[in-house]
Write a protein that binds this ligand. Structure first.
Ligand SMILES: *[C@@H]1O[C@H](CO)[C@@H](O)[C@H](O)[C@H]1NC(C)=O
Ligand SMILES: *[C@@H]1O[C@H](CO)[C@@H](O)[C@H](O)[C@H]1NC(C)=O
Ligand SMILES: *[C@@H]1O[C@H](CO)[C@@H](O)[C@H](O)[C@H]1NC(C)=O
Ligand SMILES: *[C@@H]1O[C@H](CO)[C@@H](O)[C@H](O)[C@H]1NC(C)=O
Ligand SMILES: *[C@@H]1O[C@H](CO)[C@@H](O)[C@H](O)[C@H]1NC(C)=O
Ligand SMILES: *[C@@H]1O[C@H](CO)[C@@H](O)[C@H](O)[C@H]1NC(C)=O
Ligand SMILES: *[C@@H]1O[C@H](CO)[C@@H](O)[C@H](O)[C@H]1NC(C)=O
Length: 277
């Protein structure tokens, strides 16, 4: 189990995306058992909601400046120097999603080791996937990761992609409390996996697995991921019992608690289940 502090969830959103991409080993069957629950989940504060880097500003707010149209750069040297913090900004500075020259620069993991799994979707031949997927991206945020140049770069992106509007002193102090991992490999390949492959179940929310009896199959995976308010009690036969990793955004972590309470009476379970990943 990985304990996610609320603060960590901010940066772990990237992790979530790469969990999904990284462990698609072999033939992935996406069981969209039902779409009828989707509307129930809108209020969940799910991952997609949090992926808006910069919210649409209120067009009636005359104090919102125009200076932030797409392709805005806040200064001639938007990244500043390696010695000073970039000038304060927040999402209200922008009227549209800014595009930065460094939009597609990511911290890479110096310890990265390629997978030995022959059927891994990491080496899918799909050209779109190949273009987008960065196998050696840094997954875990840990102490020392907030140095001046990294702060300045990530300060240009709204939560959960970066630190825009956040307080450098507070964030750096928080990040520096996160111990360094001995291994940056997200999940160890099980020793019984002679082929070097990892099999995962990624279980969503909202009751789609009700009546599916997929619990045993989910539990037989090497790792079980659950996202948002994953209600298990009373639904083990359908959703399984094991949890290896819970994935939350800062938003869903708080929202889930509230909604879970609200929904206890309604007792809904799990929405989507992706197997053989
Ligand atoms: C209008 O935008 C400014 C920032 O430009 C923000 O501080 C203020 O809260 C906004 N006002 C409203 C009513 O949203
Ligand atoms: C911003 O710049 C990118 C790349 O330079 C370009 O593709 C895009 O069309 C520009 N967007 C706007 C709104 O000018
Ligand atoms: C962006 O917004 C912040 C906070 O509202 C303000 O302090 C700063 O001066 C603004 N920056 C620019 C370049 O408009
Ligand atoms: C997939 O990647 C593994 C390890 O990097 C490699 O040995 C294998 O040949 C690749 N398979 C395909 C089909 O590209
Ligand atoms: C901060 O860390 C990044 C990534 O490790 C590195 O490339 C960069 O040089 C560092 N910047 C400073 C100012 O140390
Ligand atoms: C930033 O956080 C530090 C430490 O938590 C605090 O002392 C400081 O007042 C904060 N700065 C601002 C501008 O909020
Ligand atoms: C699961 O399905 C049964 C039978 O259709 C229904 O009675 C029950 O309310 C459902 N439970 C949940 C949590 O959706």
């Amino acid at each position: 189990m990985i304990l996610l502090r609320i603060f960590l969830a901010i940066s772990f959103i990237t992790l979530l995306l790469f969990i999904f991409v990284t462990f698609y080993n072999g033939n992935c069957t996406i069981k969209a058992l039902s779409r009828q629950y989707d509307s129930l989940c809108v209020e969940e504060g799910n991952v997609a909601d949090s992926l808006q880097r910069v919210e649409e500003p209120d067009p009636t707010n005359s104090s919102v400046t125009d200076s932030g149209a797409a392709n805005t750069t806040m200064s001639p040297d938007p990244l500043g120097t390696q010695l000073t913090l970039v000038a304060p900004m927040d999402k209200h500075n922008f009227t549209a999603l800014p595009q930065w020259k460094f939009d597609d620069i990511y911290r890479l993991d110096p310890q990265f080791k390629p997978s030995e799994c022959m059927v891994s979707l990491r080496n899918s031949s799909n050209p779109v996937y190949k273009e987008k997927f960065i196998p050696n991206i840094q997954l875990f945020l840990q102490s020392d990761h907030v140095n001046m140049s990294e702060w300045n770069r990530l300060y240009h992106f709204n939560n959960p992609f970066g630190y825009m509007g956040f307080n450098h002193t507070a964030i750096k102090a928080a990040v520096d409390t996160i111990p360094k991992l001995a291994s940056t490999q997200l999940l160890q390949v099980p020793t019984r996996a002679k082929d070097g492959c990892i099999r995962c179940a990624v279980v969503g929310t909202c009751g789609i697995l009700n009546g599916s009896r997929l619990g045993k199959e989910i539990d037989s995976s090497d790792y079980v991921f659950r996202v948002n308010a994953a209600i298990i009690a009373g639904h083990e036969e359908d959703v399984g019992k094991r949890t290896s990793v819970y994935v939350h955004t800062a938003h869903s972590l708080i929202q889930s608690l509230m909604l879970h309470k609200k929904r206890e009476a309604e007792n809904r379970a799990i929405r989507t289940f992706i197997r053989s990943c």
